[in-house]
Design a protein around this ligand. Structure first.
Ligand code: TYD
Length: 137
């Protein structure tokens, strides 16, 4: 599966800690948008979609959540609970976020502006798009 779990460098000193994220330096794309998810109830499952083109990184800067990932063939579950771990999600990867801790703040950096046309919100559409894409690569 072609996600990447990236470990950010922590600049720690007597003041405390700092993590810096820079386009094309420690994440593999230029980001145009940042959003964050917080106050998610523990029994909620979010996401449940794939993107046609948008690349994203997800960071649980506070608390924890789990990610269910599916590339159309393989399925994996990842727990995000470290603010120095950055999960890179390429396009065409079905993802669901769940098991949010009540204090979880999930920051997302995206390669493009919000555009509903970039979403595959039906699993069948994702599978069809994925098969189409595979054939053309
Ligand atoms: P949604 O895609 O349902 O969130 P999730 O993938 O976490 O389940 O988005 C929730 C709402 O926010 C929906 O009305 C679309 C809107 N939204 C924006 O306006 N801009 C954005 O960048 C994002 C990600 C969502």
């Amino acid at each position: 599966m072609n996600y990447k779990l990236l470990h950010m460098n922590i600049h720690g000193d007597a003041q405390g800690n700092l993590i810096s994220i820079e386009s094309m330096k420690n994440i593999p794309f230029e980001f145009k948008r940042m959003y964050y998810i917080f106050g998610t109830q523990p029994n909620i499952r979010r996401g449940k979609h794939a993107h046609k083109k948008t690349e994203q990184v997800l960071i649980a800067i506070k608390g924890s959540c789990k990610l269910f990932l599916d590339d159309g063939t393989n399925k994996e579950t990842i727990k995000l609970n470290k603010n120095y771990e950055v999960l890179y999600l390429p396009p065409n990867l079905w993802h669901e976020m769940y098991d949010f801790s009540t204090d979880c703040v999930l920051v997302v950096l995206a390669s493009d502006f919000y555009n509903e046309n970039d979403y595959l919100r039906k699993y069948d559409d994702f599978l069809k798009y994925w098969v189409h894409d595979e054939k053309n690569n």
